[in-house]
Design a protein around this ligand. Structure first.
Ligand code: MN
Length: 667
């Protein structure tokens, strides 16, 4: 027999450890929910044969790790009552209030998704997000519920086991990660790992135990060494902890790096220093670097530049800390940063008065992977499907943070391009983008950005988005904006958006036996450069057609093959007749030009030059600056690539008209 009174007492004891003023009234609220749930489930049993109510109790114990408020605890105890018993939502509301009813209802809706495969995933996410948008605590309960279900998975049929493990790994773990609920994320991943790869899990956990026993002494010593080093410097520390990587992340690391043994993973054990304030984080870092040699490439200041999910800490890796050949990873953070990293939004929630509804919205506002207008999506049926598709995408994608020249960060999907960034700033900036500078250098609009890049978008009024952008943009937001705009253009003006509008005429003329091209004849002298600009982008992979073998200088056109590859044909190639009209894109050979510019250096002159080059679609591939100490004049030697030489005189003229520029020469 299970002693439920004792179970309740255990819960109350745990709550009183973190809950401020856990008075009789609060205790009574928990007690009421407990006995209500216990009576409602009666003698229902789980697969394991245990009384059903053991499940809500254990889920609540798991939930207590993140120190929730009383309403969340009540709702967790009651979360399966409505689905599995005669009790109605109205009864819950009468007894526990509308908030607890809402939480139970939202959790139940997620559990009720009974679809298969892909639809199931989308539907589950939809239910989750709608609940979360209203009250973030829905996900706390759902995660605790899921963790206990994973813990008892061995009792249920194998097929269902796999489905739940897969779903947890693909939906719940990434959500916990994005919400910074790392305690939950790690538990979910390790439980799923166990069911999805039982053999690897057993082997790895066995190896890990052995290694840990062997290393424990060394780690304890390292912690003491760090502590004494910091106290000697009068640094205010809360705690120095040893941390073991969770098994699933060890497994993933070994996979990624092709490791075969655990010994190769140098950061299995790490040391975490929790300080009282931010200045002491940096002071601790200084003290450690003075004593032990850091590995340069491994130092990261996530305090100044937080990770896309808001994570803050200093990371460094030190050599010789525990007299081993292995380097030691160190994390330094304040107590608040630590709570944020481990418990995410819950860390802020714990001491807030219950019923603070603003909190969810405020939290969601900060969570850029969730659309801020999540509530509107609910009301607009048509856009629902797309919106949730996007969210499920973004849940799994890695994120990068890219900055404007003013230091404002934008959160983008991995491998995002300047076009994604432009749309993240403003739709109009996206539509009218003509060039981008990444860390001060002009880069193609399709280049891949990484975290920390400073990106400046150059725009031109009246420009339209290029359909070709759809081939490389990564964010669904940019994709959506481009598509919507192009569709509107098509509808409004009935204009043909084919980037090579004359292709039919070219084909017609081929058929009529004429070989005259409608395009500009040639671009002047032959160039040695093989670079080609396709639809306004350079650096697009392409191959030259075998049929006509285009040479630099030949008028050309790009064709998007079935395999989505760009194939370059001569404009007078007969094969064009056989190809589909709507798959052609404008293409030009790029010409490499050397510019030598002299002028009086001043602030902003570099920008003026770059802006002019961008207006002429010139790509800066190399640039050098020298100053003559006698004349105080500067010389810029710039290598550019441009689609056509015929605009060179205008370009020279435009450059010369910039104030403080003296001479412009072309080589
Ligand atoms: Mn449940």
């Amino acid at each position: 027999m299970i002693d439920f009174d004792q179970k309740l007492q255990h819960l109350l004891d745990q709550i009183s450890e973190y809950y401020p003023r856990f008075d009789w009234e609060d205790q009574e609220r928990v007690r009421q929910a407990f006995y209500f749930g216990l009576n409602a489930h009666g003698d229902q049993k789980r697969y394991s044969g245990e009384p059903y109510f053991v499940h809500p109790i254990t889920a609540t114990e798991i939930l207590l790790q993140i120190q929730p408020d009383i309403q969340t605890i009540q709702a967790c105890l009651l979360h399966d009552v409505v689905e599995d018993t005669e009790i109605t939502l109205q009864q819950i509301e009468q007894k526990f209030g509308s908030r607890v009813r809402f939480l139970c209802e939202a959790v139940e809706k997620v559990s009720q998704v009974r679809l298969q495969n892909k639809e199931r995933e989308i539907e589950t996410l939809k239910k989750l997000f709608i609940g979360m948008a209203e009250d973030i605590r829905v996900i706390f309960i759902k995660l605790a519920d899921r963790i206990h279900n994973l813990q008892t998975l061995h009792h249920i049929p194998r097929e269902k086991q796999q489905r739940i493990a897969q779903e947890s790994l693909h939906i719940y773990a990434p959500i916990a990660d994005k919400l910074n609920l790392h305690v939950f994320k790690n538990q979910i991943e390790d439980w799923c790992f166990q069911y999805i790869f039982p053999d690897i899990y057993a082997d790895l956990s066995h190896q890990m135990d052995k290694l840990q026993t062997k290393q424990q002494k060394i780690i304890d010593q390292a912690i003491r060494d760090v502590e004494s080093e910091l106290t000697a410097d009068n640094i205010q520390i809360e705690e120095v902890q040893g941390r073991t990587k969770h098994l699933y992340s060890v497994y993933r690391k070994m996979q990624k790096k092709n490791f075969t043994t655990l010994d190769e993973v140098y950061d299995l054990f790490a040391i975490r220093i929790i300080t009282q304030n931010q200045i002491d984080c940096y002071r601790a870092l200084g003290a450690l670097h003075r004593k032990w040699k850091p590995i340069n490439a491994r130092f990261k200041d996530h305090i100044a530049v937080p990770k896309p999910n808001g994570y803050q800490s200093l990371h460094t890796t030190l050599l010789g800390l525990h007299n081993e050949k292995n380097p030691t990873e160190i994390q330094i953070r304040t107590l608040q940063m630590h709570l944020d990293a481990e418990y995410g939004p819950a860390a802020h929630w714990a001491y807030k008065a219950a019923g603070n509804d603003d909190f969810s919205q405020k939290y969601i506002d900060q969570t850029e992977w969730l659309p801020s207008d999540i509530k509107d999506i609910q009301s607009n049926e048509n856009e629902q499907e797309i919106a949730f598709q996007k969210m499920s995408e973004s849940i799994r994608q890695g994120r990068i943070i890219v900055f404007t020249p003013r230091g404002e960060g934008r959160n983008l999907p991995e491998k995002a391009t300047p076009i994604d960034f432009a749309y993240a700033i403003h739709t109009e900036v996206g539509h009218s983008a003509i060039g981008a500078k990444v860390n001060g250098h002009i880069r193609p609009l399709d280049s891949e950005l990484s975290t920390g890049d400073v990106v400046e978008i150059m725009t031109k009024k009246g420009r339209q988005p290029n359909p070709l952008w759809l081939n490389f943009v990564k964010s669904s937001m940019a994709k959506g904006q481009i598509k919507t705009h192009l569709n509107r253009l098509k509808r409004d003006s009935q204009t043909d958006l084919n980037p090579v509008p004359h292709i039919e005429q070219i084909q017609k003329q081929h058929k009529a036996g004429t070989r005259k091209s409608l395009f500009a004849k040639t671009f002047g002298p032959k160039t040695t450069s093989q670079n080609i600009m396709i639809g306004g982008q350079s650096d697009v992979p392409y191959r030259l057609a075998k049929c006509c073998q285009p040479k630099p200088g030949n008028p050309i056109v790009a064709y998007i093959s079935r395999g989505l590859q760009f194939v370059i044909h001569k404009q007078d190639c007969e094969a064009l007749d056989e190809l589909e009209n709507n798959r052609f894109i404008e293409a030009h050979w790029l010409h490499t030009i050397q510019l030598k510019i002299t002028g009086k250096p001043r602030l902003g002159l570099n920008q003026d030059i770059s802006r002019t080059l961008t207006q002429f679609h010139a790509l800066e591939t190399q640039s050098q600056y020298q100053q003559n100490p006698d004349t105080n004049l500067g010389t810029w030697s710039i290598t550019i690539e441009i689609p056509s030489q015929k605009n060179l005189p205008q370009l020279t003229h435009k450059l010369q008209s910039i104030s403080d520029i003296k001479t412009v020469e072309i080589h």
